[in-house]
Design a protein around this ligand. Structure first.
Ligand SMILES: [Zn+2]
Length: 307
């Protein structure tokens, strides 16, 4: 069940804080002590107007965490309730029916994931700015700006290493034999020389067809970033053969012919800017810029998909 906790962490930092405050309150209660007023006030603040919602989500996660005792139907029912409460689709990809008429499937990958010790696989930049935090916010914004558009099926990729992400891509392409799939793997750059800055966008040297999508994403990102820094540089479109772009033998393992997969798989990896550059970091750390970048990439994907 760690997968759910990781996904929820990205979306519900507040829930974890609630869990922590509740834990502290319970400790006072167990000792027979009266809890301090500011701790109680903090819980009320965190709960906000809708007291039941975050707590109900926690209850559902607890039920799911108990795991093996639940039948398939019970798990499906809990996933549906989570989705209704949070607006995020928590069903396993194999439980999801194809979206009728969806000509475009989009998978948004938030680049990095958390390790068991609480650290993450992303870069750290100026002033402790975490690539992980930037791509979490930008990815969520991109997902939100695309979700629900007609003709499109949109997913946030599992925050794991490459295997499960490709599995999701293969499953969704298998479920919808007509659709093209855009896989956008959002990153922010880092480099030992702090002068390195601005945006570059990677596409696969083995999938030149991805260039069209890469150019649209790249240009929209530059447009959005130059509103905040007119001298934001264009580092260009670059070519590579990274595993996430190569579809790899992993796809065959998940039941799809590699060639059939690659014909409909478009992969782009934008490096938004450098967390190690002071000018870039100030802009990338700004929550409203993060929202704009997600929106800019969503518009690029919608243009590419013709929806
Ligand atoms: Zn990265």
């Amino acid at each position: 069940m760690t997968g759910f906790k990781i996904i929820l962490k990205g979306n519900f930092a507040r829930l974890e804080e609630i869990e922590r405050v509740l834990g502290e309150l319970a400790a006072y209660e167990a000792r027979g002590d009266r809890p301090p007023t500011d701790l109680v006030r903090r819980l009320l603040e965190l709960r906000g107007g809708d007291v039941s919602k975050p707590l109900e989500v926690l209850d559902i996660i607890d039920e799911l965490s108990e795991g093996a005792a639940l039948s398939q139907e019970e798990v499906a029912r809990l996933h549906a309730r989570l989705t209704k409460l949070t607006g995020v689709d928590y069903r396993r990809s194999s439980e999801r029916p194809p979206v009728p008429g969806a000509g475009v499937i989009v998978i948004v990958s938030q680049g990095h994931y958390e390790k068991a010790d609480g650290s993450n696989t992303g870069a750290e930049g100026v002033g402790g700015l975490q690539e992980f935090d930037v791509v979490t916010a930008v990815g969520e914004s991109m997902h939100r700006n695309l979700a629900g558009r007609p003709g499109m099926e949109v997913h946030l990729a599992p925050r794991t290493n490459i295997g499960p992400q490709l599995e999701l891509a293969a499953e969704r392409l298998r479920a919808n034999a007509e659709a093209r799939l855009a896989f956008v793997d959002v990153h922010a750059n880092a480099y030992p020389d702090p002068r390195a800055r601005s945006t570059e966008t990677w596409v696969s040297s083995e999938h030149s067809k991805s260039v069209e999508l890469g150019v649209l994403i790249h240009e929209n990102l530059l447009g959005a970033l130059r509103r905040h820094d007119p001298e934001w540089r264009d580092r260009g479109i670059k070519y590579t053969a990274w595993a996430i772009m190569r579809s790899d033998k992993a796809v065959g393992k998940y039941g799809m012919d590699r060639q059939a997969f690659e014909e409909r798989y478009y992969c782009v990896l934008p490096e938004l800017g450098f967390v190690t550059n002071y000018r870039d970091a100030v802009i990338l750390a700004n929550p409203s810029v993060q929202q704009e970048l997600g929106c800019a990439m969503a518009e690029a994907v919608a243009t590419w998909g013709g929806v």
